[in-house]
Design a binder for this molecule. Structure first.
Ligand code: HEC
Ligand code: HEC
Ligand code: HEC
Ligand code: HEC
Ligand code: HEC
Length: 198
C-alpha cells in the first residue's frame, strides 16, 4: 500500500510520538506525585487543622488525640468524636455571627456520621516493619521523628522515611537512662536486617 520509505517515516513518527509522550508523563509524575520518601511533603487537608494552635497554644497532649501511639504500631488519627469533646461547645463565629466555616465542616461530619478523610503525611514502605509503641517506650520523643509539631500551622513531613534515616538514629550510642543503655547495648537500637524486614 505505502512505499517502503513512507512506511519507515510513519514508524519513526510514531516512535517519536510515543517517546515524547512517555517523557511527558514521567516528568509530570515527577512534578505532581511527591515521593513517599522525601521530606517536606505537605498534602492539602479537608479541614484547616492547626497543630500550632491545639498543641502549641492550647497545650493539648499528643496522646489525647493520637491515643494509640504508646499502645500499638499505629499512632492513629482522632475520630470526629474527639474533636466534638471540645467543639460541641467551642464554636467561634465570624463577624456576621455565623459559625466559622472550618468548624461548620466538623459539625456536618458529626451530624452525618461520616469520617473526615485526612490525607496521610507519613507513610513508610509496606515491606518495612515499624512500631510506634516500642519507640515511645524507649523514650524517643515524637519531635525526634516528626519535627517541631507544636509550631506547625499545617502538618508536613519533617524527615524523608529512607532506610538511612532509621539507621542513622539506630546506630547512635545510647545515652544514659535509655533502655538500650540499661541493657548495655552498643547501639541505640537494632541494625540487623530482620529487625525491620521480617
Ligand atoms: C486536638 C487533636 C490533636 C492533637 C492534640 C495532636 N494532633 Fe497530631 N493530628 C491531629 C489530626 C486531626 C491530624 C490529621 C490532620 C493533619 O495532618 O493535620 C494529625 C496529624 C498528625 C501527624 C501526621 C499524620 C500522618 O498522616 O502522617 C503527626 C505526625 C502528628 N499529628 C503528630 C502530633 C504530635 C507530635 C502531637 C503533639 C505535639 C500532636 N500530633 C497533637 C490531631 C491532633
Ligand atoms: C481540648 C479541646 C479541643 C479539641 C479536642 C479540639 N479543639 Fe479545635 N479548637 C479548640 C479551641 C479552644 C479553639 C480556638 C477557638 C477560638 O478561636 O475561639 C479551636 C480552634 C479550632 C479551629 C479553628 C477555627 C477557626 O476558624 O478559627 C479548627 C479548624 C479546629 N479547632 C479543628 C479541630 C479539629 C478538626 C479537632 C479534632 C481533630 C479539634 N479541633 C479538636 C479546642 C479544641
Ligand atoms: C522513631 C520515629 C517516630 C517516633 C518517635 C514517632 N513517630 Fe509517628 N510516625 C513515624 C513513622 C515512620 C510513621 C509512618 C508509619 C507508617 O507508615 O506505618 C509515623 C506515623 C505517624 C502518624 C500517622 C498514623 C500512623 O500511625 O501511621 C501519626 C498520627 C503519628 N506518627 C504521630 C506520632 C506521635 C503523636 C508520636 C509521639 C507520641 C510519634 N508519632 C512518635 C515515626 C515516628
Ligand atoms: C530518632 C531515633 C529513631 C529513629 C529515627 C528510628 N528509630 Fe527505631 N528505634 C529507636 C530506638 C531508641 C529503639 C530501641 C527500642 C528499645 O530499646 O527497646 C528502636 C527500635 C526499633 C525496632 C525494634 C523494636 C521492635 O519494635 O521490634 C524496630 C523494628 C525499629 N526501631 C524500626 C524503625 C524503623 C523502620 C525506622 C524508620 C522508619 C526507625 N525505627 C526509626 C530509635 C529510632
Ligand atoms: C531500622 C530499620 C531498617 C533496618 C535495620 C534495615 N532496613 Fe532496609 N529499609 C528500611 C526502610 C525504612 C526502607 C524503605 C526505604 C524507602 O522506602 O525508600 C528499607 C528499604 C530496603 C530495601 C529496598 C531498597 C531501598 O533502599 O529502598 C532493601 C533492598 C533493604 N532495605 C535491605 C536491607 C538490608 C540488606 C538490611 C540489613 C543490612 C536492612 N535493609 C536493614 C529500614 C531498615
Amino acid at each position: 500500500m505505502f512505499t517502503r520509505k513512507f512506511e519507515r517515516r510513519i514508524y519513526i513518527a510514531v516512535a517519536v510520538f510515543l517517546f515524547s509522550g512517555a517523557l511527558g508523563v514521567s516528568f509530570g509524575a515527577y512534578i505532581l506525585w511527591p515521593s513517599r520518601r522525601e521530606a517536606d511533603f505537605q498534602p492539602r487537608q479537608p479541614i484547616a487543622f492547626s497543630h500550632k494552635l491545639h498543641t502549641g497554644d492550647l497545650q493539648i497532649e499528643c496522646l489525647y488525640c493520637h491515643s494509640q501511639a504508646d499502645r500499638s504500631a499505629h499512632a492513629s488519627v482522632p475520630p470526629v468524636s474527639t474533636c466534638m469533646n471540645c467543639h460541641a461547645e467551642v464554636q467561634p463565629k465570624d463577624e456576621q455571627g455565623n459559625i466559622r466555616p472550618e468548624i461548620a465542616k466538623i459539625l456536618r461530619h458529626w451530624e452525618s456520621g461520616t469520617p473526615i478523610r485526612w490525607q496521610k503525611v507519613n507513610d513508610v514502605a509496606d515491606f518495612v516493619y515499624f512500631d510506634h509503641s516500642r519507640h515511645i517506650h524507649a523514650g524517643v520523643a515524637c519531635q525526634e521523628c516528626h519535627g517541631p509539631v507544636e509550631r506547625m500551622e499545617h502538618m508536613y513531613r519533617a524527615f524523608g522515611l529512607k532506610m538511612s534515616w532509621c539507621l542513622d538514629c539506630h546506630k547512635r550510642e545510647p545515652s544514659e537512662g535509655e533502655p538500650a543503655f540499661a541493657r548495655g547495648d552498643a547501639t541505640r537500637a537494632p541494625i540487623h536486617c530482620s529487625a525491620c524486614h521480617r
